[in-house]
Ligand binder design. Structure first.
Ligand code: MG
Length: 283
């Protein structure tokens, strides 16, 4: 695959990402997708979606899991509802994530990804130990499907994420680095974080955000903004990706599904920005 192919986060059915026709109209050659709902995770749906992608010349590079009951309304709600961390839903969600891994295999895609949730800080707690065991069990299933699992960044600091990966001790656990999330959640300066976790970065998001004001950082959201308008610093971000040896897709994420026209316009703008930076940096 050519270095730094442009990508976009898309949805197979109704969801946060853009629809496939938008990726096609923008001439984007790779996509990550949100896993569809259980009712459409079947071989027929996979074959139909794969055919649409191949007709459009689009490669699927990762499938993101997500679950009923998750809410990103605010940081506290996110901590309570997202990923494999909430204990009441942990067993059911890991089972569903295995099914998503199976569906991902039908899409011939080697990468599943997810927000694992707010990993407990007390690494001696039962909840942490159980999360390690649960993650290992999931990774073994994912590995049997010939896949890796990439954890979305943001909910942990770089150091905490590194510790978690180290404690899980599996060779197919990696990172999907999202610089804007580090800002939105207030978990650390993104470029510094990227350098720390660099060796685990196997996929990335190109997304931008502005920090929440210092008094509420970490408890109130920062603000997601169009690529190039935020505090990430896109040129420095791409130069750092090159430094850590990342040459995979540059997947644009713009989560404003309530405004499809603006979403498309912003993504179109992001595509040009990334194309310009790519020629400047790689030439
Ligand atoms: Mg992201």
């Amino acid at each position: 695959m050519a270095k730094w192919q442009i990508g976009v986060f898309a949805s197979i059915d109704a969801g946060l990402g853009v629809h496939l026709d938008v990726a096609q109209e923008l001439g984007v050659p790779t996509i990550q997708v949100h896993a569809p709902h259980a009712g459409t995770r079947n071989p027929q749906a996979a074959a139909a979606f794969l055919k649409r992608c191949s007709d459009a010349g689009i490669t699927i590079t990762a499938v993101f899991g997500g679950f009923e009951g998750e809410s990103y309304a605010d940081i506290a709600t996110t901590a309570r509802t997202v990923g494999l961390v909430p204990e009441e839903t942990r067993a059911a969600r890991v089972q569903e994530m295995k099914e998503i891994s199976d569906f991902t295999k039908l899409l011939n895609c080697p990468t599943v990804a997810l927000h694992i949730g707010f990993v407990p800080h007390d690494t001696s707690s039962e909840s942490y130990k159980n999360l390690i065991a649960t993650t290992r069990d999931l990774l073994d299933h994912v590995k049997a499907n010939g896949q890796q699992l990439n954890l979305e960044t943001g909910q942990e600091s770089a150091d905490h994420l590194l510790q978690f990966i180290n404690d899980v001790q599996r060779d197919n656990l990696f990172i999907n680095f999202d610089p804007a999330n580090m800002i939105l959640y207030g978990t650390g300066e993104p470029i510094e974080a990227l350098k720390k976790v660099g060796k685990y970065v196997r996929s990335i998001h190109c997304k931008d955000a502005k920090w929440a004001s210092a008094d509420v950082r970490g408890t109130a959201w920062g603000q997601e903004v169009p690529l190039g308008d935020g505090d990430v610093g896109m040129e420095r971000y791409l130069r750092t990706l090159l430094e850590i040896g990342y040459t995979g897709p540059l997947t644009i994420e713009r989560e404003i599904p309530q405004d499809r026209a603006r979403q498309k316009a912003d993504i179109g703008h992001a595509v040009s920005l990334l194309q310009n930076l790519r020629s400047k940096i790689l030439s």
